[in-house]
Design a protein around this ligand. Structure first.
Ligand SMILES: Nc1ncnc2c1ncn2[C@@H]1O[C@H](COP(=O)(O)OP(=O)(O)OP(=O)(O)O)[C@@H](O)[C@H]1O
Ligand SMILES: O=C(O)C[C@@H](O)[C@H](O)C(=O)CO
Length: 336
């Protein structure tokens, strides 16, 4: 059963818009930030990570975003280029904005948090007029991510990208990626998330992210099926609700909830799971696979990333995902 039809004639597989930043991941893991002395630098930001993941899986990708006019900004653009991502629409800020930094604290494999430095962040300065219509016109998929909606002018840039994607028939994917620190109030957040979600074909988020969007609605038991059903009255064809290590469920317009098996992982840290899952899942549905197989692929990609130190750098190739699934099937990954 095909739930989403991708415009196959287009030359670019995937373009994402939004956050490009730096992750500084603690080297001394299993201790609090107060006791952490050294960090390793990686490219970060959820949509950037997903694009890197798509590129590693062999897709033709591009990114739309804004970087600071400094060494960090140049590090980000050169990393994207090394990963075969088209950066022609990654523009540079000249107002003195800085690159967002995410210091990650890894207290234990299940207790991780992110300490953000995002004042005057360059990625949120992207303007609607800087979004290249011709790039979106040639893309099969546009991915938006919620954090870029948090402030103007980046918010308008995302809505402009959505207009172009609709005009040119790209499939639109919304990764909710809710990071409270860049928003001013829960009401503002819910309003803009809902406005954007109305336009999207595939919506991916955690239960908690959908709870945030539903704060003015009646879903007392946080029922995934009720959550998903709302979006089928708009543009959605697939709504995925993620539940961490308990896996995920994908709802389709026919009311069916599709579940896939999840895999064991020797977890180093939990962040990055959602980004690698998104890359693996979108890759799968673009190959014409069943939702179950695509979700399984996303889950295996997520396991690889959460078993690693980084998010972006650990994004797997197809060979790595397939090898991981085979190792799991042979019972070689045992989690104590
Ligand atoms: N501990 C785990 N063990 C195995 N698989 C996991 C684990 N945590 C997450 N996953 C896989 O990754 C998918 C996405 O994880 P999760 O629901 O935590 O997303 P997320 O909250 O968006 O991630 P992130 O922490 O990157 O924001 C899950 O559906 C599951 O397949
Ligand atoms: O910007 C953030 O919120 C942190 C990201 O850079 C980090 O890579 C992550 O959280 C992955 O999902």
């Amino acid at each position: 059963m095909t739930y989403v039809v991708f415009p196959q004639a287009k030359q670019l597989d995937f373009v994402a818009i939004g956050r490009l930043c730096i992750d500084l991941n603690a080297n001394e893991i299993n201790r609090p930030m107060e006791e952490t002395m050294t960090f390793t630098k990686y490219v970060g930001g959820s949509p950037a990570n997903i694009t890197i993941g798509m590129s590693r899986l062999g897709m033709k990708t591009a990114f739309i975003g804004k970087i600071a006019n400094d060494q960090m900004g140049r590090f980000i653009s050169s990393y994207l280029e090394k990963n075969a991502i088209d950066t022609s629409n990654v523009v540079t800020d000249y107002t003195g904005a800085t690159t967002g930094l995410a210091f990650t604290e890894i207290k234990s494999p299940t207790d991780c948090s992110i300490l953000m430095y995002r004042d005057n962040a360059a990625d949120l300065k992207l303007m609607a007029r800087e979004v290249d219509e011709s790039l979106i016109a040639k893309a099969k998929v546009l991915l938006i991510s919620g954090t870029a909606l948090a402030q103007s002018p980046s918010r308008e840039a995302v809505f402009q990208a959505l207009n172009y994607a609709k005009k040119h028939g790209a499939v639109i994917v919304f990764d909710l990626d809710y990071r409270p620190y860049t928003w001013t109030s829960p009401e503002e957040t819910a309003v803009y998330y809902n406005l954007a979600a109305e336009k999207c074909d595939i919506i991916l988020g955690t239960r908690e992210e959908f709870d945030m969007m539903e704060q003015f609605e009646h879903n007392p038991h946080k029922d995934d099926k009720i959550t998903a059903a709302k979006w089928f009255d708009y543009a959605a064809k697939i709504v995925i609700i993620k539940h961490g290590k308990d896996g995920s469920i994908a709802y389709t317009q026919d009311g069916i909830g599709h579940r896939a098996k999840s895999f064991p992982a020797k977890v180093v840290k939990t962040f990055g799971a959602g980004d690698s899952y998104a890359a693996g899942f979108i890759y799968g549905v673009m190959q014409g696979w069943t939702l179950e197989k695509s979700m399984e692929y996303g889950s295996a990609a997520a396991c690889i990333v959460i078993s690693s130190h980084s998010c972006s750098d650990a994004m797997p190739t197809s060979a790595q995902v397939e090898a991981y699934i085979e190792r799991c099937n042979r019972g070689e990954i045992i989690v104590s």
